[in-house]
Ligand binder design. Structure first.
Ligand code: UDP
Length: 235
């Protein structure tokens, strides 16, 4: 399968059309941004880590009955995926307080939540991806009630499956963001699941193994991306 036209270029990926209108090629970049694009940089090797890791995770989720966009890894940076229409929501699940949650609610980072939270942000860079509640999602016709139910189910299952999986490789899944897309009347998991979109803390030491090292200038950024890839590909 060959790349035809560049359909979309985002902060971390390019999406290309192919000769099959039902399939796209996603190409992962090393560019990194944080704080709604205010901080920019490069993380050497990130494209490969995020591509390979996302693909492994999609395969794991598929085995547990979660439908994903994954079709085939083409090379270290590129993957063939099902062409979906992305629902413009960032779907966030949290197990432990961190990042914007800690800031917004004044809860110390690391506080274990009594139950996982589910939140939505509207995917709109110009507006800074504002938080949006389910009533607003329905009022703005961003998703139907049935779709919202499916999205909540997918997010919850992904959290259960991945929390257990990462635990086996010595990693605590603190929080993560997923995106979903519409395909033939169904909702499936799309986009990536990687150190760019999850918070991972080492189970033994609490060391941050994700994009927070870039956001907070903690150093060893490339190293922890490689470390996560190593752990995922070893298991
Ligand atoms: N996240 C993401 N993309 C975004 C915003 C958040 O992938 O545009 C992920 C982030 O990596 C974290 C989770 O969603 O794992 C929750 O992020 P949070 O709301 O705390 O935002 P942040 O602190 O990144 O601004």
């Amino acid at each position: 399968m060959e790349k035809l036209e560049l359909l979309y270029e985002g902060k971390a990926k390019r999406v290309y059309t192919t000769s099959d209108q039902d399939k796209y090629i996603v190409s992962y970049k090393d560019s990194a941004t944080a704080f709604n694009g205010e901080k920019k940089g490069e993380i050497a090797g990130k494209g490969e880590v995020n591509n390979i890791m996302s693909n492994r995770i999609c395969q794991l989720l598929e085995k547990s009955g979660i439908k994903t966009h994954f079709i085939q890894e083409l090379n270290e940076r590129e993957t063939l995926v099902k062409a979906v229409s992305i629902v413009p929501l960032e779907v966030i699940i949290r197990n432990v307080a961190a990042g914007s949650f800690s800031k917004r609610f004044g809860v110390a980072e690391g506080t274990v939540l009594k139950q996982p939270t589910l939140e939505f942000c509207l995917k709109d860079d110009a507006l800074g991806d504002p938080m949006i509640n389910t009533s607003q999602v329905l009022a703005l016709d961003i998703a139907t009630p049935r779709e919202l139910e499916k999205i909540a189910y997918i997010a919850t299952r992904v959290n259960e499956i991945l929390s257990e999986y990462f635990n086996t490789i010595g990693v605590k899944l603190i929080d993560f963001k997923i995106e979903v897309g519409r395909l033939n009347g169904d909702i499936i998991l799309a986009d990536e699941i990687s150190p760019d979109t999850c918070r991972f803390w080492d189970k033994a030491t609490g060391k941050k193994l994700d994009k927070d090292r870039f956001r907070q200038n903690l150093g060893e950024v490339e190293e922890v991306y490689q470390e996560m890839l190593n752990r995922v590909t070893r298991h």
